[in-house]
Design a protein around this ligand. Structure first.
Ligand code: NAD
Ligand code: UDP
Length: 313
């Protein structure tokens, strides 16, 4: 296949490029580098099966030759990033998804949208199943991301229903691993960087919020299987092992063998407004339709992430 990946220079996009190349496909990576880094793709320089195009996908995407699949991953993804870039986030979810769908139509390609557990907002159903419609504040600070992704899902389903485009939607739950930006503000790089520096590990709120963390290779495998499957409705991909942020902070301090202390802060900016209190994927559908489930334990995954961040700190 010839596969186009938007957001290719980002954390997940770059790992997807690697996976598709390893499976023998050709990859075109498109990115405007707003939150990604070309360093994530440096190892692919000179690879004849890989082409990088620097482009903002909210503008028309012109590609010569055939394309068999379009994977739309371009979007700021860290709460810090989408609070810093609210309008680009809304634009890439709306206009960028429109352009990526248009490209898939033009080429007769399969289309896969990177959606998110944030479509469930601050969930009232726990764990979250794909048939839950969510609890999102459209006008809160997170609304720029959540509503952009909800619009992107609606647009994708409209192209499937009205243009008969062959589409997939993955709802990604918190994923971590090498190539996350160390300053991107998400809890995994933040806590690892703080622990490695010996700085205080900063918990927002009282530490009782929960998340469930998936290692990147597991997520990429789930996405690959979804693209190759016939499943046209949204599928949750994530690791259901749930913990409080306090437990997570303690785990990072243990694995880094750090002397850091834990502090509880209430950020004065809008970082924790509407911050979901709990999050855990129900992955029954992925298990049944994709024969997928995560394989990497939290300790193994975090040790790999820590090994990546250590020389960067
Ligand atoms: P990331 O910030 O590392 O990667 C996003 C990439 O998109 C960056 O390289 C950025 O430069 C690029 N981009 C943004 N706007 C663009 C535009 N207009 N044109 C071209 N490129 C643009 O984030 P990530 O964690 O790799 O997330 C990738 C995708 O997965 C996002 O769509 C995100 O919403 C989704 N997702 C990720 C997670 C996670 O835990 N990592 C969870 C849920 C959903
Ligand atoms: N968090 C925290 N300290 C940090 C960064 C994040 O306590 O330094 C919390 C945040 O409030 C949220 C959870 O960790 O409850 C996960 O945050 P992240 O930014 O990774 O992404 P989210 O899951 O909210 O999209």
């Amino acid at each position: 296949m010839r596969v186009l990946i938007t957001g290719a220079a980002g954390f997940l996009g770059s790992h997807l490029c690697d996976r598709f190349l390893a499976e023998g496909h050709e990859v075109i990576g498109v990115d405007n580098l707003i939150t990604g880094s070309i360093a994530n793709l440096e190892h692919l320089a000179g690879n004849e099966k890989f082409l990088f195009i620097k482009h903002d996908v909210t503008n028309y995407i012109f590609i010569e030759g055939p394309v068999d699949a379009v994977l739309h991953f371009a979007s700021p993804a860290s709460p810090n990033d989408y609070l810093r870039y609210p309008i680009p986030t809304l634009k890439v979810g709306a206009l960028g998804t429109h352009k990526a769908l248009g490209l898939a139509m033009e080429k007769g390609a399969r289309f896969l949208l990177a959606s998110t557990s944030e479509v469930y907002g601050d969930p009232l159903i726990h764990p979250q199943t794909e048939d839950y419609w969510g609890n999102v504040n459209p006008i809160g600070p997170r609304g720029v991301y959540d509503e952009a992704k909800r619009f992107a899902e609606a647009l994708t389903m409209a192209y499937q229903r009205y243009h008969d485009l062959d589409t997939r939607i993955v709802r990604i739950f918190n994923t971590y691993g090498p190539r996350m930006q160390k300053e991107d503000g998400r809890v995994v790089p933040n806590f690892i960087a703080q622990a490695l520096r010996g700085d205080d590990v900063t918990i927002y709120g009282d530490g009782s919020r929960t998340r469930s963390f998936c290692y990147v290779s597991d997520l990429v495998d789930g996405i690959y299987r979804l693209l190759m499957s016939n499943e046209r409705e949204p599928v949750n991909i994530g690791n259901p092992t749930e913990m409080t942020i306090l437990q997570f902070a303690e785990k990072i301090i243990e694995l880094t063998d750090s002397k850091s202390k834990i502090t509880f802060i209430e950020p004065t900016d809008m970082r924790i407004k509407d911050d979901p209190k709990v999050r855990q994927p129900d992955i029954t559908k992925a298990r049944q339709t994709l024969q997928w489930e995560p394989k990497v334990s939290l300790d193994d995954g975090l040790n790999a992430a820590i090994a990546y961040f250590r020389p960067l700190i």
